[in-house]
Design a protein around this ligand. Sequence first.
Ligand SMILES: Cc1cc2nc3c(=O)[nH]c(=O)nc-3n(C[C@H](O)[C@H](O)[C@H](O)COP(=O)(O)OP(=O)(O)OC[C@H]3O[C@@H](n4cnc5c(N)ncnc54)[C@H](O)[C@@H]3O)c2cc1C
Length: 330
Amino acid sequence: MRPLTYSRARDVDDALALVAAGPDSAFLAGGTTEVDLLRAGVSRSGHLVDINDLPLTAVEDRPDGGLHIGALARMNDVARAPGVVHRFPAISRALLQGASEQLRNMASLGGNLCQRTRCPYLRDGVSACNKREPGTGCAALDGPNRGHAVLGTSDHCIATHPSDVAVALVAFDAVVHTVGAAGARAIAADDFFLLPGETPEIEHPIGRDELIVGIDVPGTPIARNSVYLKFRDRQSYEFALVSVAAAIEVDAGIVTDVRLALGGVGTKPWRAWRAEAALVGGPATEAAFRRAAAVELADAVGREQNAFKIELAQRAAVRGLNQSLKGIRS
Ligand SMILES: Cc1cc2nc3c(=O)[nH]c(=O)nc-3n(C[C@H](O)[C@H](O)[C@H](O)COP(=O)(O)OP(=O)(O)OC[C@H]3O[C@@H](n4cnc5c(N)ncnc54)[C@H](O)[C@@H]3O)c2cc1C
């Protein structure tokens, strides 16, 4: 049995000092990921710094039409905040389709962004996994890999990123705010998730002792028409095989603005930049949506069991764009 100690931070400075004091310290928010991984022997944390007394639970409408979400705001509180429901329905829907009612009452937004992949080879504690034990290989490459990624993969890792809300946050250019010993940083959500490359164990550009304090989402009218669709093996309490956050604005039949991001298919929440570029200035037709989705998935790498995701992701993107166009929320 490994020893585990616990302390409760009084404020942000206290949290930073406590976590910096131990080489194996980690922040504890809702604990719905960290405690699971400790039990499984995947997390090697030896000291937990509980941050739940920090004043980081606000969910506020910003004057520019955007949002400020405190890192400790709970998934359910964010999902049901009127400003989120009306200004960013895709964020609300993504949260409500994740986990369970009980988990959403515990789980924080900061913890959600830092959750680890659900790849079974990471979690079983024994299989080859470069994320858990760098240099051991990736058992998913030749093993059962139905749930794994087709975009952003490398020879070292094909695990998907599991968060739903991260997909919507990436679609709407959210910014993650952190503080650490070197000061405060603002990191674009798209840059907060790293591709695995040769170092899949490094998942974020922040240090172990850097605290997420909040997430800002800039105001944008297009988000009001946004949708989040999640396709999975069962309709609740399940991670996405494919998900899509989509929003589109059209003038006289021509696409003037569009946001598209995919979940369940990438090693990170996947902003569909190429599809967006293909759509803007062209006709808002189903044929155009299908062509744009094909452009985005052109470099996808399917394996024995997960190649179906390439077609499923394209259909999901088309459906998401159609629903946003027609004002169908879910
Ligand atoms: C059964 C189950 C089903 C789930 N289904 C889904 C799903 O469908 N969709 C989905 O998106 N998610 C799902 N989740 C994941 C869930 O959303 C996350 O576990 C949760 O959001 C993590 O938040 P937390 O506050 O509990 O984080 P914790 O477990 O407390 O922390 C997670 C990690 O983040 C770090 N951390 C926490 N807060 C901060 C901070 N402010 N700054 C820096 N680091 C921090 C911790 O050190 C730890 O490494 C599921 C989880 C479970 C257990």
